[in-house]
Ligand binder design. Structure first.
Ligand SMILES: C[S@@+](CC[C@H](N)C(=O)[O-])C[C@H]1O[C@@H](n2cnc3c(N)ncnc32)[C@H](O)[C@@H]1O
Length: 307
């Protein structure tokens, strides 16, 4: 239970501290300043955000110790999720921090599409799902959480990120198999057997360093830059890997930057391994996830990277 005010003062009144924090974070250029100020207060108080809001309106609680330090760090553009150690993703509360990509709301669209695909015609009752470049495990864990019958496997190259995924898997108690390795050559025994491949790869072109310090300075470079002049070198290598892994009729879902949809659709249309390629928008209406079905006629695409 949250602590009600005791009279023993640990700081200024909570409401005044949150107001000041909101002002400071807004001055630091943070668009979500009011929300961040409240969430940091909740974290410092050790309560859920709704309870922090209640305490705020009751007006009898002091700012908790450590709140000012958290606000100062956030003002220096340390990601909110690194300060709270949490990232909400679909129904899950994921642990995140230095060394792992913070899962984004737009990737939740990919999970919706994955669940639709798993509910579609021709999918077995216990489908085999592979998530390439899993980071914190966000997609793989959410798919397992919302489609428990799926057999979900996920691979990540970065040992630090893999460690976060393992910690999330173990804390959430979701039976997802996590491998440490290169997604370009992953899961040879699954060739031609997989029902669904999901992937949110690094896709930013090398020259387009993100403006937001939270992304530029805190998300690992390995999670951001896709390689090649257009950022599509690794995404296309993973498309090729998906072509090897999927059974005929299996489905690929790949997240991309809004400007990359056209190039990806052209690449998929030119490859006989794929059919029915489409692009889906995220909740903000931007093209975000390509979907394609593994054709039955073409021979598997060659692996994109040496074993
Ligand atoms: C944009 S992040 C996405 C992470 C997670 N899928 C998500 O949506 O939050 C891309 C991830 O790909 C990983 N990665 C980069 N190259 C890889 C490779 N060759 N094989 C496996 N993982 C790779 C990065 O370490 C990073 O965790």
């Amino acid at each position: 239970m949250p602590t009600e005010p005791t009279g023993a003062s640990s700081g200024p009144p909570l409401a005044a501290a949150v107001r000041a924090a909101t002002h400071r974070l807004a001055e630091a250029g943070i668009a979500s300043a009011p929300v961040d100020a409240l969430l940091l207060a909740a974290h410092a108080l050790g309560v859920e955000p709704a309870e922090a809001r209640r305490l705020l309106f009751l007006g009898r609680t002091d700012a908790p110790p450590g709140y000012a330090d958290l606000v100062a760090e956030r003002a220096h553009r340390v990601p909110l999720q690194h300060l709270t150690g949490r990232a909400a993703f679909r129904r899950l509360d994921l642990a995140v921090g230095p060394g792992v990509f913070v899962p984004r709301p737009e990737t939740e669209t990919l999970v919706s599409l994955a669940l639709d695909a798993l509910a579609g015609e021709g999918m077995p009752s216990a489908p085999l799902v592979v998530d390439l470049a899993t980071g914190s495990g966000a997609i793989a864990l959410a798919v397992k959480d919302e489609h428990p019958a799926a057999q979900v496997h996920a691979v990540e190259l970065d040992p630090l990120a893999h460690g976060w995924a393992v910690a999330n898997r173990d804390r959430l108690g979701l039976a997802v198999e996590l491998a440490l390795g290169d997604a370009r050559t992953a899961y040879p025994p699954f060739a031609g057997l997989v029902d669904l491949v999901t992937c949110n790869p690094p896709y930013i072109p090398p020259g387009q360093v993100p403006v937001d310090p939270e992304v530029r300075d805190h998300d690992p470079a390995l999670a951001l830059y896709g390689g090649g002049t257009d950022g599509l070198e690794l995404p296309l290598a993973l498309v090729a890997r998906a072509a090897t892994l999927l059974r005929p009729g299996g489905v690929l879902l790949l997240e991309h930057a809004d400007v990359q949809g056209g190039a990806l659709l052209r690449a998929l249309a030119a490859d006989p391994a794929w059919e029915r390629a489409t692009d889906h928008a995220d909740l903000a209406g931007r093209p975000r996830v390509v979907q394609a079905v593994r054709s039955s006629s073409a021979a598997p695409a060659a692996p994109a990277a040496p074993a």
